[in-house]
Write a protein that binds this ligand. Structure first.
Ligand code: CA
Length: 367
């Protein structure tokens, strides 16, 4: 009911006063838009690539097919890591990507996806929608001629696939590791040689031995990409991405051309994709993890030594970047305050609930 009411209100605005529902005649007066969307992801990953498809489907349905968005996979128009430039320059009107792919342009982009030891998915949403994050991010994106909307989350990611066991900080030395975002810069302080490789090219690199380890997302995606066939040890957690957000980018000139109703529909479709992607990952990961373990994958938690050293290195890195990048510092200070407050609250209630339920249900099942 809510959805129908929203759609009717939106279209009524387009049609003008007095027209409450779509009719064949009135439909002809609605402006038509045909956009191209460049995704950073391959079609095979239905969860993450599917976010853009869901948005396109919803927007078409809510505008009676008048606003069409055609979704292109990575490399169909531009490579996965070139979506920001493609939207900025108007090669495409719109993109779906992870902003931390662009930390080479400015490390501040990492806040739009995930920061090492930062927010989980719930907290990321709280920061973006209610904690001032969205306004800060839009200020940054404006400089790139982009309007950005949160549009997906994977939840906490796994720590990746390794050919050898990684027990101590010393084991990280010289490790060639494919890792997204600024987590690579943190690990560099501990001797890792980080590699930036788009999702579709990770498997061949790991298979050939050009890299020693790779992380992507979690069980459902990683199984599809076949990492378990070339590396046995599967570590957790991916402390560099506790709740990475995906984002829709829209060229600001194109955004300005849209009627307000279409803008509202697009924003609503992105909010739906934000919920839907997390739901898909949460629903599909357990069975995938079970299959991986049954197939010989060995699950390993990162040692406290590695986590503690990584945390220390992360804080050092943030302070270093903040000291020389005022844009980063402007976001880092309020972000850190928000993160610290969230940690206090979640430690009181959420984590106690989660840890008690996890321990009790698991032991109950073993009886
Ligand atoms: Ca990842």
């Amino acid at each position: 009911m809510q959805r129908r009411k929203f759609i009717n209100t939106a279209t009524a605005g387009i049609l003008g006063a007095g027209a409450a529902t779509l009719s064949g005649v009135a439909l002809a007066q609605i402006p038509e838009f045909k956009w191209r969307l460049a995704s950073s992801f391959p079609k095979s990953l239905d969860t993450i690539f599917g976010g853009a498809e869901l948005i396109a489907k919803r927007v078409a349905a809510a505008t009676g097919g008048k606003f069409q968005i055609q979704v292109f996979a990575a490399n169909e128009i531009v490579p996965g890591g070139a979506v920001l430039d493609a939207v900025k320059d108007g090669t495409v009107q719109m993109g779906h990507t992870a902003s931390y792919y662009y930390v080479g342009k400015d490390p501040t982009f990492a806040f739009d996806t995930a920061m090492p030891f930062g927010l989980n998915a719930r907290q990321q949403n709280a920061w973006m929608y209610e904690g001032g994050g969205l306004a800060l991010m839009r200020e940054l994106f404006k400089e790139y001629n982009i309007y950005q909307i949160p549009a997906g989350n994977t939840g906490a990611q796994m720590g990746g696939w390794y050919r050898k066991e990684i027990k101590t900080v010393a084991d990280l030395k010289g490790l060639k590791f494919r890792i997204g975002g600024i987590g690579g810069q943190v690990l560099q302080k501990l001797g890792v040689v980080p590699q930036q490789i788009p999702g579709s090219d990770v498997y061949p690199a790991l298979e050939k031995g050009t890299i020693d380890a790779a992380e992507w997302v979690g069980p459902y995606d990683d199984e599809k990409l076949g990492f378990n066939k070339v590396a046995k040890y599967y570590y957790y957690p991916g402390w560099w991405e506790g709740g990475p957000q995906l984002s829709v980018y829209i060229n600001l000139n194109e955004w300005a051309k849209l009627p307000k109703e279409y803008q509202a529909i697009l924003e609503a479709a992105c909010a739906e994709a934000n919920i839907d992607m997390q739901a898909k990952y949460d629903a599909k990961n357990p069975a995938a993890l079970k299959r991986l373990v049954a197939g010989g994958t060995l699950l390993r938690p990162f040692s406290n030594e590695i986590l503690a050293a990584s945390y220390k290195a992360a804080v050092e890195l943030f302070e270093e970047i903040a000291a020389k990048n005022p844009r980063f510092a402007k976001v880092y200070t309020p972000w850190k305050r928000f993160r610290d407050e969230q940690v206090e609250w979640f430690s009181v209630c959420e984590s106690r609930f989660d840890s008690f339920v996890a321990a009790t249900v698991r032991s109950d099942r073993k009886k």
